[in-house]
Design a protein around this ligand. Structure first.
Ligand code: NAD
Length: 262
């Protein structure tokens, strides 16, 4: 346990059954937090995670919900309140991506990625804000954005557009609720070793291509993103709102300029 004040606090984590979301759930449980783990389509992974948290002395509950549905997301609020007595931290982490040339990108794929990555962040943030405002509580919202809120990503135009949207959404809502002591921040992961990248990183050529874009010359571990989430959730970041904390080994630092090129 690093941040003592997190002990007993309640967090909701969307897309929490695997990858970065499950790393955040584990880290929050290590900090003594109670965690509502939202999953979309992997109940067994979510249940395994709940059992794992129990073994390590933590507390969690798994809830199925599609983050693009307001009714589903309300289930997460209700579960947190009924089982754990409230909400302190809300993590909008669920996300998806798929690759298409933009001139061939099916409208359904565009809509689905925007629905999950951007509208899902709005729906989650709205639910959390509503809870904090109605109960006159201070609050903390953390969005998992991406380096692609800043770096263009050809053939992933819908993904980049969704994360660019998350950036200005985060900044706007942070400003709107700052005076109520509700903090809203994003984390911008770079290349992290999670199921979303499993196929890509299993191919040595693609792994090397990605690593070469990281000044620290390695892929990140989900626990390194979770550490940033724990800090943002804690009072150690009490004067921080509206930022994107990049956790990217330097990927946003224009690595093409390495060695004084340019
Ligand atoms: P992942 O595929 O392992 O996890 C994504 C999670 O989101 C899964 O649990 C999935 O079930 C969930 N999800 C997808 N659609 C959903 C929906 N409609 N409702 C509820 N949950 C849904 O990938 P990850 O790498 O852990 O990604 C987590 C977040 O981090 C995403 O927002 C992603 O865009 C972002 N991110 C990841 C990386 C990386 O390199 N891994 C880099 C930058 C940003």
């Amino acid at each position: 346990m690093v941040f003592q004040e997190l002990k007993g606090k309640v967090a909701v984590i969307t897309g929490g059954s695997m990858g970065i979301g499950s790393a955040i759930a584990k880290r929050f449980a290590e900090e003594g937090m109670k965690v509502v783990i939202n999953y979309h389509s992997h109940p067994e992974a979510a249940q395994e995670l709940v059992e794992l948290l129990k073994e390590t002395g933590g507390e969690g509950i798994a809830v199925q919900a599609d983050v693009s549905s307001e009714a589903d997301v309300q289930k997460l609020v209700d579960t947190a309140v009924e089982h754990f007595g409230g909400i302190d931290v809300w993590v909008n982490n669920a996300g998806m991506e798929n690759k298409h040339n933009t001139h061939e990108l099916p409208l359904e794929d565009w809509k689905r990625v925007i629905d999950v990555n951007l509208t899902g962040v709005f729906i989650g943030a709205k639910a959390a804000l509503n809870y904090f405002v109605t109960n006159n509580k201070k609050g903390n919202i953390i969005n998992t954005s991406s380096v692609h809120e800043q770096i263009p990503w050809p053939t992933f135009a819908h993904y980049a557009a969704s994360k660019g949207g998350v950036k200005l959404f985060t900044e706007t809502v942070a400003m709107e609720y700052a005076a109520r002591d509700i903090r809203v921040n994003s984390i911008g992961p770079g290349a992290i070793n999670t199921p979303i990248n499993a196929k890509k990183f299993a191919d040595p050529k693609q792994l090397e291509a990605t690593t070469s874009m990281v000044p620290m010359q390695r892929i990140g571990d989900p626990s390194e993103v979770a550490a940033a989430a724990a800090w943002l959730a804690s009072d150690e970041s009490s004067y921080v709102t509206g930022i994107t904390l990049f956790v990217d080994g330097g990927m946003t630092l224009y690595p093409a300029f390495q060695d004084g090129k340019g």
